[in-house]
Design a protein around this ligand. Structure first.
Ligand SMILES: Nc1ncnc2c1ncn2[C@@H]1O[C@H](COP(=O)(O)OP(=O)(O)OP(=O)(O)O)[C@@H](O)[C@H]1O
Ligand SMILES: CC(C)(CO)[C@@H](O)C(=O)NCCC(=O)O
Length: 411
């Protein structure tokens, strides 16, 4: 997949005079690289100052008046195409932070925040190709930092999804913890979150997004993830899955609460159909696979929520991104197994949790003694990251490469 150009609208183009990119952060996972960066080229308070009405420094904005306006950009690449990612960073000079204007930026001293296994695996490659060092942040820490930030800072971030209905959930900041975070990436991590930076990875499963894409590719010969997804939307899992009704002669097994349409055995019909792989339609195979994996994750999530008495489960990771059928299946599984007690919730920027966490981490480190701080901290980011406000479009769904307008408020 080639990355689409991120549209940086006119006045925030870093290549324009005064244009500025800051806070580039990366999450390099087993399947995908996620990138988040902030761009701006004007400072609201400077403008006010120039107009003569009010003269405030960047650090003296207040809750009603944004210090900075700009755009938060979200981009993803396949990890297998990491060279495209490096080229993208280089072309857009994203790694130069506040040094784009210098003729000879001190590249070898620049440090970028990065998380995920790839921050370790590809550190040498970044040094070799771009001359920059990756400052490695713990993956789980970043996931939790990212989701807490979104839930607190972004209006209408969390929602439930059932029977095709999306409903936004009002998050009470004083009643957010504890919750279970289930991150569905290539593999799946489950974390009990008790507060900012307070969490434990309580479980995980190797049957995750990578399993869906890997097995799906082998079963259907799909060439892209999006193609597999598209197929699964059109398929009928009942052609391959063995249902309770198939075993019970069309009847429910009501004594134990199993309806005739419940799946008794994923892919179970394939044992008796006397068919070969090519006799099944790829769309039906894709649909069965998606249900099998989503159901399984929903069930393990519920069991972990039960283990710790948690009522709310937030799902993240790129497996979910814009994936309505997966959300529906996971929600039904959680609802079914918890008898309606636990709630599955999703987040609008779920694929970028780790990258956002890494992005936030620019703020948490001590006194400036390296160029990471000088180049990447052109304004007091704490205010922004403390969870005051991000203004994003009400229907701000994000896909492959997107950006949202946002305002930075001082705390
Ligand atoms: N365009 C895409 N290309 C590949 N996979 C995609 C795409 N869109 C969604 N996915 C799904 O998202 C999964 C990767 O999710 P994510 O980026 O959150 O994990 P990761 O960070 O790569 O993995 P891990 O955290 O396990 O290292 C893939 O395995 C696949 O199921
Ligand atoms: C190994 C990680 C943490 C890498 O992101 C992820 O892929 C994962 O949580 N896999 C599941 C491993 C397990 O708990 O079985």
């Amino acid at each position: 997949m080639d990355p689409k150009e991120v549209e940086i609208p006119g006045n925030s183009d870093p290549n324009q005079p005064g244009g500025r990119i800051s806070h580039l952060a990366l999450d390099i996972g087993g399947s995908l690289i996620k990138m988040v960066y902030f761009s701006t080229n004007y400072d609201v308070d400077d403008e006010v100052g120039r107009s003569g009405k009010k003269s405030l420094g960047v650090s003296s904005g207040n809750r009603d008046h944004p210090v900075l306006k700009g755009r938060l950009h979200f981009v993803k690449f396949q990890t297998s195409k990491i060279n495209d990612c490096l080229e993208f960073i280089k072309t857009k000079q994203l790694h130069l932070g506040g040094y784009q204007h210098l003729e000879a930026p001190p590249i070898d001293k620049i440090i970028i925040k990065a998380t995920g296994g790839g921050a370790h695996k590809y550190a040498d490659l970044f040094k070799e190709k771009l001359g920059i060092s990756l400052d490695k942040e713990d993956e789980m820490n970043c996931l939790v930092g990212g989701v807490n930030f979104l839930l607190k800072a972004v209006h209408q971030e969390a929602f439930t999804y059932m029977d095709g209905q999306k409903e936004f959930v009002q998050i009470d900041h004083n009643d957010l913890y504890p919750y279970l975070l289930v991150n569905i990436g290539s593999g799946v991590s489950m974390l009990k979150v008790d507060g900012d930076g307070k969490f434990e990875r309580v479980s995980g499963t190797n049957v995750g997004g990578g399993t869906f894409w890997g097995l799906g590719r082998l079963l259907t010969n799909c060439k892209s993830f999006d193609e597999l997804l598209e197929l699964s939307h059109r398929g009928n899992n009942r052609v391959i899955d063995m249902l309770v009704g198939d075993i019970y002669g069309g009847m429910d097994y009501s004594k134990v609460g199993l309806s005739s349409t419940a799946i008794a055995s994923s892919f179970g019909k394939a044992i008796s159909d006397n068919k070969e792989l090519e006799d099944y339609r790829p769309e039906d195979l894709a649909r069965s696979l998606l249900r099998m994996i989503s159901n399984n994750i929903g069930q393990i999530s519920y069991l972990n929520a039960l283990r710790f008495g948690l009522k709310r489960i937030f799902f993240g990771g790129f497996f979910i991104q814009g994936h309505t059928y997966a959300m529906d299946t996971i929600s039904v599984a959680v609802h079914f197994w918890s008898k309606g007690e636990a709630k599955a919730m999703f987040s609008r920027h779920e694929g970028f949790l780790g990258a956002l966490g890494a992005f936030r981490s620019y703020d948490k480190h001590g006194p400036d003694d390296s160029l990471v701080h000088q180049s990447m901290r052109p304004f007091p980011f704490t205010s922004f990251l403390a969870g005051d406000k991000i203004c994003s479009p009400p229907n701000g769904e994000l896909n492959e490469t997107e950006s949202v307008d946002c305002s930075v408020y001082a705390s």
